[in-house]
Write a new protein. Structure first.
Ligand SMILES: Cc1cc2nc3c(=O)[nH]c(=O)nc-3n(C[C@H](O)[C@H](O)[C@H](O)COP(=O)(O)OP(=O)(O)OC[C@H]3O[C@@H](n4cnc5c(N)ncnc54)[C@H](O)[C@@H]3O)c2cc1C
Length: 196
């Protein structure tokens, strides 16, 4: 059984973003997906300005802007006839506009970004079970050979790590900056904690 700090299940936009941000902040993780390869069709296409801001903070905005097209509005068709129309105009002070980027491109950019931290998606690996113990969480995944095939088990010593993390969080003061990892290119990644 392998120990891992965080196991991310699913290499869609959410899992890839979570894994990349964990790695950027110095947390070890592994990411698995049940599918043998990314999907070739897009569900999400419209990218919100706030997503662009988040990608900016992640160090991904240049790649995203290079691939994205502008999104000025939406026209819905109902029974083949043009229906409601929506304009996506924003005040000029908003730093990014709406953009169009198919989900498979978003996933490719996030996968490439994650690979810069030395983490790749472990494919054909489906989470099968999670067991909560007082001092750890155990996850079992099935790999490509199917139900009768080999299983992989991960152990996350959650309770022990929480004790380690709780002390500095308790001490956190507004605006406290802590260096906790390294971004691609050697730039320091800094976590800011605020007491709520
Ligand atoms: C038709 C449609 C249009 C949409 N348009 C937009 C849009 O324009 N803009 C927008 O922001 N959002 C849009 N969305 C929503 C957007 O697609 C979702 O919010 C987004 O895909 C969620 O990302 P996710 O990573 O959580 O999940 P998903 O993209 O569904 O990815 C989940 C991943 O987890 C894997 N997985 C699942 N179970 C397991 C398991 N047990 N073990 C291992 N791997 C597993 C799957 O194989 C998959 O790769 C749209 C959705 C649909 C259906």
């Amino acid at each position: 059984m392998a120990d891992v700090d965080v196991l991310v299940v699913g290499a869609g936009p959410v899992g890839l973003t979570a894994a990349a941000e964990l790695r950027r902040h110095g947390v070890e993780c592994r990411i698995v997906d049940a599918l043998p390869a990314p999907q070739h069709y897009a569900k999400a296409v419209g990218i919100q300005p706030r997503t662009m801001e988040v990608w900016d903070s992640m160090g991904l905005i240049r790649e995203a802007l290079d691939e994205a097209g502008p999104l000025f509005g939406q026209l819905a068709f109902v029974d083949g006839k043009p229906g409601p129309r929506m304009e996506l105009r924003l005040p000029p002070e908003i730093p990014y506009a709406f953009a169009a980027l198919p989900q498979y491109t978003t996933e490719r950019l996030l996968t490439e970004h994650l690979a810069r931290f030395g983490t790749t998606v472990e494919r054909e690996t489906a989470l099968h079970a999670v067991e909560q113990h007082p001092d750890r969480v155990e996850a079992t995944a099935r790999s490509r050979t199917g139900a009768g095939g080999p299983r992989t088990r991960w152990r996350s010593p959650a309770a022990r790590r929480h004790r380690r993390l709780r002390a500095p969080l308790t001490d956190a003061r507004p605006g406290v900056r802590r260096r906790s990892g390294t971004a691609p290119g050697g730039r320091p990644a800094v976590l800011r904690w605020r007491r709520s």
